[in-house]
Design a protein around this ligand. Structure first.
Ligand code: PGA
Length: 248
């Protein structure tokens, strides 16, 4: 398998000046799998000062959201162009908390994805079904529909990582089983093969998110189509290092 293992740490709206400094210090000093790509996503406020702290390490930074317009009267927003200008290479888009709490539609996520890629950013694109949808056996349909809309007309998949994050598993401690995650990841890869091409299907990273912890990450990481993780709660703890090192 030639896809580089990818671990993202989504801090969400957590942390303080003191905490972000100590979390990054811990990570920079830790022994991390050299073959893994590690991207952390502190709140926007801490992105620029974090840049200096990760400067001499392989750790990269991501924003948790961005707006698609380059500039203008959009109070409270940060644009993809501003992230690019500030040297922040990644952005998380379509996270279920953005969808459910802030009402982001598939169409808005599509606009953001297009703008982010055009601006030269790399995107962690999140998709996932609710518990109700899973119980109705709709998981794969929902995820493919979200992907189809968010990536319509996309010319290149080089700068996209897909994060499968079942909503019922996020922050609940109820991690998907290896089989449940693998099934959806395989379906996404199959869809990529049909909708795009086989080269894209075999090269795009599909990562899993939802209650990933040191105690479950190794088994998940062994699955054929699981290329890494997007980690929320555990990315604020020392065990994040063990999750990064799941394949060691
Ligand atoms: P969790 O969050 O690891 O706390 O479940 C994952 C995410 O929302 O990306």
């Amino acid at each position: 398998m030639s896809r580089t293992f990818f671990v993202g740490g989504n801090w969400k709206m957590n942390g303080s000046v003191e905490q972000y400094r100590s979390l990054i210090k811990h990570l920079v000093e830790a022994k991390l799998d050299e073959k893994a790509e590690v991207v952390i996503s502190p709140p926007a406020l801490y992105l620029l000062p974090s840049k200096e702290l990760v400067a001499n390490s392989p750790i990269e930074l991501s924003a948790q959201n961005a707006y698609f317009k380059p500039s203008g009267a959009f109070t409270g927003e940060i644009s993809v162009a501003q992230l690019k200008d500030a040297g922040i290479p990644w952005v998380i888009l379509g996270h279920s908390e953005r969808r459910s709490i802030f009402g982001e539609s598939d169409e808005l996520i599509a606009e953001k994805t297009k703008a982010a890629l055009e601006a030269g950013l790399k995107v962690i694109l999140c998709v996932g079904e609710t518990l109700e949808q899973r119980e109705k056996n709709e998981s794969i349909d929902v995820v493919i529909r979200q992907l189809e809309t968010a990536t319509k007309g996309l010319s290149s998949w080089d700068n996209i990582v897909i994060a499968y994050e079942p909503v019922w598993a996020i922050g609940t401690g109820k991690v998907a089983t290896e089989a449940q995650a693998q099934e959806v990841h395989a379906a996404i890869r199959e869809w990529l093969g049909k909708a795009v091409d086989s080269q894209t299907a075999s090269s795009v990273r599909i990562i899993y998110g939802g209650s990933v912890a040191a105690k479950n990450s190794r088994q998940l990481a062994e699955q054929k189509d699981i290329d890494g993780f997007l980690v929320g709660g555990a990315s604020l703890k020392p065990e994040f290092v063990d999750i990064v090192n799941s394949r060691l």
